[in-house]
Write a protein that binds this ligand. Structure first.
Ligand SMILES: *Cc1c(COP(=O)(O)O)cnc(C)c1O
Length: 394
């Protein structure tokens, strides 16, 4: 059957119809263990009662009024985010990409208002992924995102990951006004920026007055074991994009900023029809309540440590299939020796969901609520997948 849906994804032949916690049921009644979480979206797993309750209650009350009016659910969510982050102010949107677009607008407007309108350029890094709009593919710059979609938006420089000399040189350019990066690159295969480097980048931004923009769309919301990944380095950004986990499955994104970084964003400078609608904000508020609950992240770190330890054992047991493990918390990557897509497909055969990433990595992004038993079960299934691959190639 030819699908009427645009074939811009090469999709696995799996269709899910129901979910519960870390489990998904497909249209043939098979139960898959979900270590993909809809690409780090289902932070609290499928069908979390607090989220379902929040969505149902809001659905009965009010869906949408627009940003012509105060939206109480927005105010409540923003208050919670302010309480737990560096941010003084924020804008709600519907996706990560939109948050990224506003990040760049905000940075440019900041310099416009600061009397240095020439500082329009944003430094980005190879392997970055910030979304699929013209602006965000221009920011990331990789050919696999941009080819055929030109002309691209000017105002972005891409630097090699970890090249300090290139960074110093670029940061000194008069047209540069901001540096944008993911503290842990997700799509390119779980590549953490070392804490020392994040600190160094913060210092470099301070030295030149650049705005530091962090993309925590994938690595934020508890994924690495802190509410936001940059907290491990003891730094704060000026601007931060979030999405994915904040909605726990309801589409919502946000751009968080300091009052100073946001100073150019006066009435009329930005908007969104749906952004910050009551439904999304009510669900995200419930997500925030769960993740910031006393002891929640400690427990995430404990279980993530267990997964990490078991993964190291798995990698050691299959040296022809796996190479190493990287990442932190429940944002882990297995660097493969076999082709990562073969490993992901072998996982499907064991009713186990993982996500391929760049650098021949298989990403493990389970719900933050995944249990010890489910972690052990996931390792068993990956072990069987690896054994099946070994048998095939023998
Ligand atoms: C997913 C992702 C985006 C894009 O978010 P969308 O909601 O798909 O627009 C941007 N940056 C990072 C790091 C992501 O993981």
């Amino acid at each position: 059957m030819i699908s009427p849906v645009l074939p811009s994804y090469s999709r696995a032949p799996l269709s899910f119809v129901e979910g519960d916690g870390a489990w998904l049921v497909d249209d043939q009644g098979r139960r898959f263990l979900d270590f993909a979480s809809g690409i780090a979206v289902m932070a609290l797993g499928h069908g979390h009662p607090a989220l379902v309750g929040a969505l149902k209650a809001q659905a009965e009350k009010l869906w949408h009024t627009s940003n012509l009016y105060t939206v109480p659910e927005q105010e409540e969510l923003a208050t919670k985010l302010v309480e737990h982050t560096f941010a003084d102010t924020m804008f709600f949107c519907n996706s990560g990409t939109e948050a990224g677009e506003l990040a760049v607008k905000m940075a440019r407007k900041y310099w416009h208002e600061s009397g240095q309108p020439e500082r329009t350029t944003v430094i980005c890094f190879d392997g970055a992924f910030h979304g699929r709009s013209i602006g965000m593919i221009s920011a990331a710059g990789a050919e696999k995102l941009t080819k055929g979609f030109g002309p691209l938006t000017p105002g972005f420089i891409q630097l090699p990951f970890g090249d300090h000399d290139a960074l110093r040189e670029a940061a000194a350019k008069p047209e540069v006004g901001a540096i944008m990066l993911e503290p842990v690159q997700g799509e390119s295969g779980i590549k953490p920026v070392p804490d020392q480097c994040l600190k160094g980048l913060r210092d470099l931004c301070d030295e030149h007055g650049h705005l530091m923009i962090l993309d925590e769309i994938q690595c934020g919301m508890g994924r690495t074991g802190k509410l936001f990944a940059h907290e491990w380095a003891g730094i704060t950004p000026d601007i931060m994009m979030i999405a994915k986990g904040i909605g726990g499955g309801f589409p919502i994104g946000a751009l968080l900023a300091t009052e100073d970084a946001a100073k150019g964003m006066t009435p009329g400078t930005h908007g969104s029809t749906y952004g910050g609608n009551p439904l999304g904000c009510a669900v995200a508020s419930a997500v925030m309540d769960e993740i910031t609950r006393d002891g929640f992240l400690e427990d995430v770190n404990r279980r993530a440590g267990l997964l990490r330890q078991k993964l190291e054992g798995l990698v050691a047991a299959h040296p022809d299939i796996f190479d190493s493990v990287r990442g932190s918390g429940f944002m882990l990557g297995i660097v493969c020796k076999a082709t990562n897509l073969d490993v992901v497909n072998a996982g499907y055969a064991q009713e186990m969901l993982t996500v391929p990433g760049g650098d021949n990595v298989v990403r493990l992004l389970p719900a933050l609520t995944v249990t010890e038993e489910e972690i052990a079960e996931g390792i068993d299934r990956l072990d069987r997948a690896a054994t099946a691959l070994e048998t095939q190639s023998a």
